[in-house]
Design a protein around this ligand. Structure first.
Ligand code: AMP
Ligand code: GLY
Length: 417
């Protein structure tokens, strides 16, 4: 069996690895991939310029099924076109991918189906946004894909003005509106389910760390780490999340006639009034995938292929009950900028963790060097949170490069009482 993963980051490195390690050991391809990914996966030989040529190359290579990793490809119709070409695809069609690509689409969906979420208003100009802000802190969100950088929590008017200028004057994210959203408080949880035609299976819950620095200080990033375990959320709370969020979301997709086969990710705030949805994603989280996928046993490849054909077969996979910690190392300057070309040392010394590359490239000597903001993630397991954390930090300590930044409180903050 030949499977292709579409994407190039740490999540895709984790997906490619998990698929390759599946019991059925498929031949794994990746596009666009990265040097580290191509140590595990094969490349497509054709030249690719967009979704159409990618699908044509998949057909020529006789790929059996496709896993959409990155959201932008799904929003551009990867699943629609691959399916038309006869290739089952894990990841929703473009119409349904709007749950992630458009925050107003997602909010209207949640309101229609009674799924708990923060109150909001939609603004087409800085003035409309200012008029909609009733108090601080307030949350402003660009209504489109912004690689995790389109959300700010504003503590005062000056912070709101600065973001609104970026959106409406500088057009940092392109054309688009802004959501003004109620500020919610509580611990966050990411719950990801495999969803196919009205059926679903919830994977191991996770928590990611979006801020750059310890204590959740500093700028928002694409994610500086994650923790995953079945024990992260009490069983009764997981049941509440299933009943208030996951089931109505999956039923809502069916009621609205939205074709959905793929991972549905609910980013939740566990407020005093129960779980509220902060966002949906139509793919696995990054860096949640790096933390969760090492806990998945069995035949993930066979499971996702069957699910892409509309059939969730829970018996094909199993979930390890241990804890998993993912520690992201970023390059100098991240997230405002990033620095390429710093040689990554010590990768060969890591023996009790997995390393997933997000922003590396091989130099002329065959060494990995930094090539992006988030460089790599070190992921370790343990029977409890403490041992997973100790292993992740011990192993990450072996990996060095100039300017490396990482948090020292992944798995500690939000857990220590
Ligand atoms: P989002 O991309 O919508 O998940 O937002 C990114 C991050 O901003 C979330 O993970 C939260 O930490 C924070 N955030 C988003 N919406 C809210 C909200 N309504 N209240 C408080 N924090 C929020
Ligand atoms: N970890 C959040 C995301 O993947 O969007």
């Amino acid at each position: 069996m030949k499977v292709i993963v579409v994407g190039k980051g740490g999540r895709e490195h984790a997906l490619v690895t998990a698929l390759a390690e599946s019991d059925t050991a498929p031949e794994v391809y990746c596009y666009p991939g990265s040097d580290a990914i191509f140590d595990v996966a094969s490349r497509l030989s054709a030249e690719i310029t967009g979704v159409d040529s990618l699908v044509a190359a998949m057909v020529a290579e006789q790929i059996d099924f496709c896993v959409g990793g990155e959201e932008s490809w799904l929003a551009d119709g990867l699943a629609d076109k691959a399916r038309q070409a006869g290739i089952p695809t894990w990841g929703p069609v473009a119409q349904s991918a709007q749950l992630e690509a458009s925050k107003t689409f997602a909010k209207e969906f949640m309101v229609r189906h009674g799924i708990p979420t923060g109150g909001y208003a939609v603004a087409g100009s800085a003035k409309e946004a200012k008029d909609a802000i009733v108090s601080y802190p307030t949350v402003l969100k660009f209504d489109g894909l912004a690689a995790g950088k389109g959300v700010v929590i504003c503590n005062n008017e000056a912070e709101a003005d600065a973001f609104l200028e970026e959106v409406f004057v500088d057009r940092r994210f392109g054309e688009g509106r802004v959501l003004v959203e109620e500020y919610l408080e509580g611990p966050e949880v990411s719950v990801i389910a495999a969803v196919a035609d009205g059926n679903y299976q919830i994977f191991t819950p996770a928590r990611d760390y979006k801020r750059l620095s310890d204590g959740d200080e500093g700028l928002n990033t694409g994610g500086m780490g994650a923790v995953a375990s079945r024990a992260l959320v009490d069983p009764d709370v997981l049941t509440e999340i299933e009943e208030k969020v996951m089931r109505p979301s999956v039923e809502g997709l069916v009621k609205d006639g939205l074709d959905f086969r793929g991972f549905l990710y609910a980013g939740l705030m566990m407020t005093g009034a129960g779980p509220k949805v902060l966002e949906y994603n139509c793919r696995f989280g990054d860096p949640e995938a790096q933390a969760v996928l090492p806990l998945v046993g069995g035949d993930l490849a066979g499971y996702l292929k069957k699910a892409a054909e509309g059939n969730i077969d829970e018996g094909l996979i199993s979930f390890d009950q241990s804890w998993s910690i993912c520690l992201v190392m970023a390059s100098a300057g991240y997230p405002s900028s990033s620095r390429n070309g710093d040689v990554v040392c010590g990768l060969g010394d890591v023996d009790d963790a997995r390393v997933y590359h997000a922003g590396t490239a091989k130099n002329a000597n065959g060494e990995f060097e930094t090539n992006g903001g988030r460089v790599l993630a070190v992921v370790a397991r343990g029977s409890d949170l403490e041992s997973a954390r100790a292993a992740a930090y011990a192993e990450a300590g072996k990996v060095t490069f100039d300017g490396a930044q990482h948090r020292s409180d992944i798995g500690k903050m939000h857990f220590d009482q």
